[in-house]
Design a protein around this ligand. Structure first.
Ligand code: ZN
Length: 316
């Protein structure tokens, strides 16, 4: 399917700004708050009226489940680049970034992912050459922004006995600054389905993360460390994020104070859905604190002029 090269017809700035501010609200350097325990929330802009005319349609009808998408240990970054945010409070940093993150900045990345799919049989499913190229692209962008990046692997099929040793990479990066024992984390799945390039689902989420990471830089003045995750095999049973979570020791999990999962956040006629805190049990509502995180997301989206609907977790 043709895709635009010059201007994004997708509408994702509300989600972009809402996610970014919500993330940084959680890592403010002055207004220290007691963070909730691991509290997944998801923001999605599911398109209720069908495929986008200018990008591949979402192929999954439910947002991915962030409760299965926490992460692997990240090697602490040690290479510091100059911090330009040393004197900024968390709120000031959020304000600065709210003026800097942009649709064109994010759209560059979905264009790159489309080109990768074009060069790899039309998809970026994991495992495949298209997925590997997507991983390489994300790593390159993050390194250019100053991050040290790790690519922990997991068995390609989730079963080492049947893989013949084949592995797939997740991508992880974390700020050099902020308390590494208190991590706010944002993630998106990097793989597509086999049937298409996965531009809305979930190149859009990947692009949002890359734009935020690039504007934030590896050395922001933040109270908490900020971790970015790009998971493989979400379309194959969330194998990448599951492997990441299972690879974390209890201490590593406890360091993650919140997790935001970003899935399908670009559409010309979007519905804004936030998951977290709704429902009667853990599988529906998420861990304690999820309601608070979801409310922050919904409030920030409201400031951009859209009304988000908060719903129960769906998916696995
Ligand atoms: Zn998805």
């Amino acid at each position: 399917m043709p895709h635009p090269r010059t201007r994004s017809p997708l509408r994702w700035r509300p989600a972009l700004l809402g996610i970014m501010v919500a993330l940084l609200t959680g890592c403010g350097s002055t207004a220290q708050q007691t963070p909730p325990s691991v509290s997944p929330s998801t923001v999605s802009t599911l398109d209720p009226s069908g495929p986008s005319p200018s990008a591949q349609p979402p192929t999954e009808q439910t947002p991915s489940n962030p409760s299965s998408s926490a992460t692997p240990p990240i090697a602490p970054s040690t290479t510091a680049t100059a911090s330009v945010d040393a004197a900024l409070t968390g709120g000031q940093l959020a304000q600065r970034l709210s003026t800097e993150v942009s649709e064109p900045g994010a759209f560059v990345h979905v264009q790159a992912l489309q080109e990768i799919a074009d060069q790899n049989g039309g998809n970026r499913a994991s495992p495949s050459g298209g997925y590997d190229a997507s991983v390489d692209y994300v790593v390159t962008v993050l390194r250019a922004a100053g991050y040290q990046v790790s690519t922990p692997t997991y068995p390609a099929s989730g079963d080492e006995d049947h893989d013949g040793g084949a592995t797939v990479r997740n991508v992880l990066a974390q700020t050099d600054t902020g308390n590494p024992a208190s991590v706010v984390m944002i993630g998106a799945h990097l793989d597509s389905v086999k049937e298409g390039p996965g531009i809305v689902d979930n190149g859009s989420g990947v692009a949002v993360l890359l734009e935020i990471a690039s504007r934030l830089g590896a050395n922001p003045s933040t109270q908490n460390a900020v971790r970015f995750a790009f998971f493989g095999s979400e379309e194959e049973g969330a194998a990448g994020s599951t492997a990441y979570v299972e690879g974390l020791a209890a201490d590593g999990r406890n360091k993650i104070k919140l997790y935001l999962n970003v899935d399908m956040v670009a559409s010309p006629n979007a519905g804004y859905l936030v998951q977290g805190g709704k429902g009667g049990d853990l599988s529906q509502a998420g861990p304690p604190g999820s309601e608070t995180v979801a409310q922050v997301l919904a409030d920030e989206l409201a400031k951009t002029g859209v009304t988000a609907q908060t719903i129960k977790f769906v998916g696995r």
